[in-house]
Design a binder for this molecule. Structure first.
Ligand code: NDP
Length: 435
């Protein structure tokens, strides 16, 4: 805390892990003796660099770029790049720390990292985004590689940005390798990768519901966000027969009393991915929907809530309303969207609650599958990748239950995910000595 006192998000993420892992460490003295947790909270490497680029008017801008290489005990660093004005070292360190546990849970050999920039792609032309991405990769390329560190997308970094980043890496290094994931289908990308985080979140929630003999059929689902994760969480929930009532963006949320069906979802995908529009436009188009400026969708009555936008978007008060309205299950599609107060409310009320590091691990797991396909120079079918994704999500669920089941039959998925993720990385660190 003394060393990182100015990094609130990072402290929040570490505290959540420490609260559940320390009691476990106390019972397994070797982790304490070798100071494993203290070593895990210190990034192996933190890179910060200048990114200078020209806008369309010929004006020069300067942004800050980062890559946090958090832990490589079980594989090359792996984790997304985020382009958003709020990006800073604290946010990226929290994300990189969470990534270490998440990647460990996937059962695939991937260490943890995260990176990005305070660059805001909103309102920029394609050419400006390209020049920024090229300038960013001009520095980043020397720190990454298919066996060293394999970045991917995150908020503000989608297929367009990955394309520009990959193009520059290939030009500088004169090699075509799987150095980034989330690539286009025709140049090394994996089928199902765009869908994987959203689908995986719903698969995980499905496993949680099944422990109570329930499923998605006929359930009311509220979703926040309308980006990559939210779109495909909505799609899978629809496939499973649920009614999706809400979507949101940073300006507010829409509530559709008739539900967001396949056709309306296709409209949202086009609006957000191609036209880069606002979710408020949905309510202009569909009379069954209302737009709620500045709000979050958590006061809408639902059975299942899937927060898929950003960190700390669901607080203790929101959680109380969800509980009061009879919500049964909350699975995080975003990273750390629920505050500690919210998680406390869910646990008190025995609501099924999955932390992002477990429920949204499908994205990075499928990135791991993309890395395998790139190394083998083969391409699996949609069905093959989806089947592996389902199996991984079900295995993560089992690991959480193995470490998180309480005496009263309530599963504490936070504890389960933290301990299961910790053990694998900690054991690798023990084996590799003090480095
Ligand atoms: P996108 O950029 O595609 O979408 C982000 C969505 O969240 C947008 O609707 C955006 O609205 C909204 N949003 C962003 N910031 C805020 C805010 N401060 N308040 C309210 N809404 C906000 O990102 P992704 O869908 O890829 O990522 C969403 C979350 O999922 C993040 O936490 C990310 O770390 C996590 N995640 C993503 C993975 C992936 O594979 N993509 C993998 C694992 C986790 P607007 O358009 O107005 O900005």
């Amino acid at each position: 805390r003394t060393r990182n006192g100015h990094e609130p998000e990072f402290i929040q993420a570490v505290q959540e892990v420490a609260e559940t892992v320390i009691p476990y460490i106390v019972k397994n003295e070797i982790y304490n003796e070798k100071n494993i947790l203290l070593r895990m909270v210190e990034p192996e490497r933190l890179i910060s660099f200048r990114v200078a680029w020209y806008d369309d008017q010929g004006k020069i801008h300067v942004n800050r770029g980062y890559r946090i290489q958090m832990n490589s005990a079980i594989g090359p660093y792996k984790g997304g790049l985020r382009f958003h004005p709020t990006v800073n070292a604290s946010i990226l360190k929290f994300l990189a720390f969470e990534q270490v546990f998440k990647n460990s849970l996937t059962t695939l050999p991937m260490g943890g990292g995260k990176g990005g920039s305070d660059f805001d792609p909103k309102g920029k032309s394609d050419d400006e985004v390209m020049r920024f991405c090229h300038a960013f990769m001009l520095e980043l390329n020397r720190h990454i590689g298919p066996n060293t560190d394999v970045p991917a997308g995150d908020i503000g970094v989608g297929s367009r940005e990955i394309g520009f980043l990959f193009g520059m890496y290939k030009k500088i290094r004169n090699e075509f390798t799987g150095v980034l994931t989330g690539k286009g289908r025709s140049w090394g990308g994996s089928l199902i990768r765009p869908e994987a985080t959203g689908y995986g979140t719903v698969y995980f929630a499905q496993s949680m519901m099944q422990t109570k003999g329930m499923d998605f059929e006929g359930k009311n689902v509220t979703i926040s966000g309308s980006g990559n994760v939210a779109q495909f969480a909505a799609e899978k929930a629809l496939h499973l027969g649920a009614k999706v009532l809400t979507l949101s963006d940073s300006q507010g949320y829409i509530y559709d009393k008739d539900g967001v069906d396949e056709e309306k979802l296709a409209y949202v995908m086009d609006l957000k991915n191609n036209k880069r529009g606002r979710i408020s436009e949905y309510a202009d188009k569909y009379s069954s929907a209302t737009f709620h400026k500045g709000g979050t969708p958590w006061d809408v009555k639902c059975d299942i809530a899937l927060p898929c936008a950003t960190q700390n978007e669901l607080d203790g008060e929101h959680a109380k309303v969800l509980v009061k309205n009879g919500c049964i299950c909350v699975a995080e599609g975003a990273n750390m969207p629920s505050t500690p107060e919210a998680i406390h409310e869910f646990h008190e009320a025995k609501v099924l609650f999955a932390p992002g590091k477990a429920s949204n691990a499908g994205g990075v797991a499928t990135s791991g599958l993309e890395m395998s396909q790139n190394s083998l120079r083969i391409s699996w079918t949609r069905e093959e990748v989806d089947e592996r994704l389902r199996k991984i999500m079900s295995d993560i669920h089992e690991s959480c239950v193995a470490y998180g089941m309480e005496k009263d039959g309530y599963c504490n998925y936070v504890k389960g995910a933290n301990i299961a993720g910790f053990v694998k990385v900690a054991d690798a660190m023990l084996a590799q000595g003090v480095i």
